[in-house]
Design a protein around this ligand. Structure first.
Ligand code: HEC
Length: 141
């Protein structure tokens, strides 16, 4: 994934794209964007603080991962790209093996639909995933 190799470059590209394609200014600039998507799409299973204690967790056969320990488990470095791929679920070495965890790349594709831009919905999908992974990074213990 050349596009996500460098987070800063990706951020700059996405900001430019967000303006160009009129993603709402609030979305592009709001630092709470990631937390908002997390609350809407992830907290039911992973819990508001990310520890895996969401309401829906009781109904799952596999317990949702504790998302606050990712840095600890990775020897003190947040595994950004790895988490990006896991959340996206369509790509990368760790695509989803579990039916209990939705493939968010596909879910967001459905939600966003085709935008009619030269890049289709892909950049907006990745903007959401970057915001989400930024938020997960902020939850690390
Ligand atoms: C329906 C419940 C459910 C929802 C909603 C959900 N997850 Fe998960 N998630 C899981 C389960 C269950 C696992 C553990 C999968 C496994 O062990 O195979 C998991 C695993 C993960 C992992 C892997 C962590 C690790 O230790 O490798 C990440 C990252 C993750 N989820 C992020 C998210 C994000 C971001 C969202 C929201 C966009 C989300 N999840 C929404 C159930 C859910």
């Amino acid at each position: 994934m050349a596009l996500v190799e460098n987070k800063r470059t990706l951020g700059a590209v996405l900001s430019a794209v967000a303006c160009a394609f009129a993603v709402s200014a609030a979305d592009a600039q709001d630092i709470d964007f990631g937390r908002q998507i997390y609350t809407e799409s992830c907290a039911a299973c992973h819990g508001a603080s990310g520890t895996g204690d969401g309401e829906f967790a009781n109904y799952l056969t596999i317990k949702p991962s504790d998302l606050t320990l990712l840095t600890k488990k990775n020897h003190g470095t947040f595994p950004y790209l790895d988490i990006f791929h896991i959340v996206d679920g369509r790509t990368g070495v760790r695509g989803h093996g579990s039916k209990d965890m939705p493939i968010w790349g596909t879910v967001f594709t459905r939600e966003i639909g085709e935008t009619g831009s030269p890049y289709g919905s892909e950049l907006r999908i990745r903007t959401k995933i970057v915001a989400l992974v930024d938020h997960i990074e902020s939850l690390q213990k």
